[in-house]
Design a protein around this ligand. Sequence first.
Ligand SMILES: [Mg+2]
Length: 252
Amino acid sequence: MTRAITVFTDLDDTLFQTQAKARALADGTGNSGADALTEAAYDRDGAPLSFHTPAQLALLDLLHGCEVIPVTGRNRTALDRVVSPVFRACRITSHGAVLYGPDGEVLPSWRGPLAAGAEAFGPAMQELSAAVQDLIERARLAARVRVIEDAGVPVYVSIKGDEAALDRAEQLVLEQGAERWRLHRNGRNLAALPPFADKRAAVAHLMAIKRAQDPTRTFLGLGDSVSDLGFMMLCDFALVPSGTQIHQECWS
Ligand SMILES: [Mg+2]
């Protein structure tokens, strides 16, 4: 008997990345050059923005036949710009704030918690975004801030910028309420996450449903950021690309 496997996977910097990063990864492997990169996701204008390396394509081949569920910081609109891999089952978006069912609608059991979370933290997200915007203008930081929406509600505050700008923004977020926000920071991205945007909680919810349906189901977790570790630790196995934030923080 073949046992069913569900793969919970982060996307950006795990299964694909920007062209410059993809090329850097492919260089030196004997698989470099423009031909070695495969388009995985597009930007708002329809231009290719993210690419698989040959190694990432090989990994996707290995996962063929598994149920693959994205667990991503992307909101639904940005996830819909991903063309590879193709997701047919559930989807977890916006750092765990939203859990979509296979029909593309928010999972019925997730609608109540999502509505309650967005109502409780929506005003605070707007206030935090305004405070960060004020800081960006006063200190002339190379950054931009916005409240990300998903499924029609506010889900988290996204700040993109250089390292110095993110250092200042991070300090401000902590001053505004260190107990209120969890921070996800990697590269040029900083996200201030309300409690209901939690990858681990969303994966735990879906895992419980799947275990009830099939107690023998096996779970595999993939991710690159320290903020992915929470959901990866719930899985039977965890897989981390080399050279990523987890690799650097935990293994070196
Ligand atoms: Mg990632």
